[in-house]
Ligand binder design. Structure first.
Ligand SMILES: CC(C)(COP(=O)(O)OP(=O)(O)OC[C@H]1O[C@@H](n2cnc3c(N)ncnc32)[C@H](O)[C@@H]1OP(=O)(O)O)[C@@H](O)C(=O)NCCC(=O)NCCS
Length: 163
């Protein structure tokens, strides 16, 4: 199936809540739990930079977003990056295509974006492998940054890419 990548719009909010909740329902992926994914959360992130992967019927199967840092010293940095592909469509190249669109867009931004950064749970090995393949470098580790409902602690892996 072919997926079109386009910028997210306010009309996508309901579909994006559903998508992120479906992705968040699978443990050890997204940081947020399904009940933490609200319309307000989605409305805030689509106000930044957000791209969606859409099938020929218009259904949204993946989304990526990030935002420019607001403090002037860091304003060349795109951060707060999150990517989610529906569990039924993972492993088909959608995540990679969304990253390509985000990076291509970041290269056109004015003032320029020179750096993209993200964090991944240390147990999210598939996502970390994807980020390595895309060119992100390991930059550090935040010990016990995440705490799951069962009390399990997880480190965060910090990754960055200069563009
Ligand atoms: C991580 C994620 C965005 C990747 O998107 P994708 O469309 O599945 O990725 P692609 O098909 O473009 O690339 C496949 C690569 O993604 C990684 N991957 C991560 N989770 C995967 C999954 N469930 N199925 C298949 N590949 C996955 C692997 O590195 C894989 O490469 P490999 O074939 O060499 O193992 C997607 O799996 C996802 O939404 N996961 C849940 C949410 C999440 O973890 N987000 C990132 C938080 S830091």
């Amino acid at each position: 199936m072919s997926y079109q990548i386009r910028a997210a719009t306010p009309g996508d909010v309901t579909a994006l809540v559903d998508l992120h909740r479906a992705a968040a329902a699978v443990p050890d992926g997204l940081a947020r739990r399904p009940d933490e994914i609200t319309r307000d959360y989605v409305e805030r992130f689509i106000a930044g930079i957000s791209f969606v992967a859409v099938d020929p019927d218009g259904a949204i199967w993946g989304e990526i977003h990030g935002a420019r840092e607001t403090v002037a010293l860091f304003a060349h940095v795109l951060s707060n990056l999150t990517v989610a592909v529906h569990p039924d469509r993972q492993g088909l190249g959608i995540g990679s295509k969304l990253f390509e669109a985000l990076i291509a867009h970041a290269r056109t931004m004015d003032p320029p974006i020179l750096r993209i950064e993200l964090a991944a749970g240390a147990g999210n090995l598939g996502a970390i492998r994807l980020y390595e393949r895309l060119g992100f470098r390991h930059e550090g580790r935040q010990v016990a940054r995440g705490r799951y409902p069962d009390g399990r602690l997880e480190d965060d892996i910090l990754m960055g890419m200069l563009i």
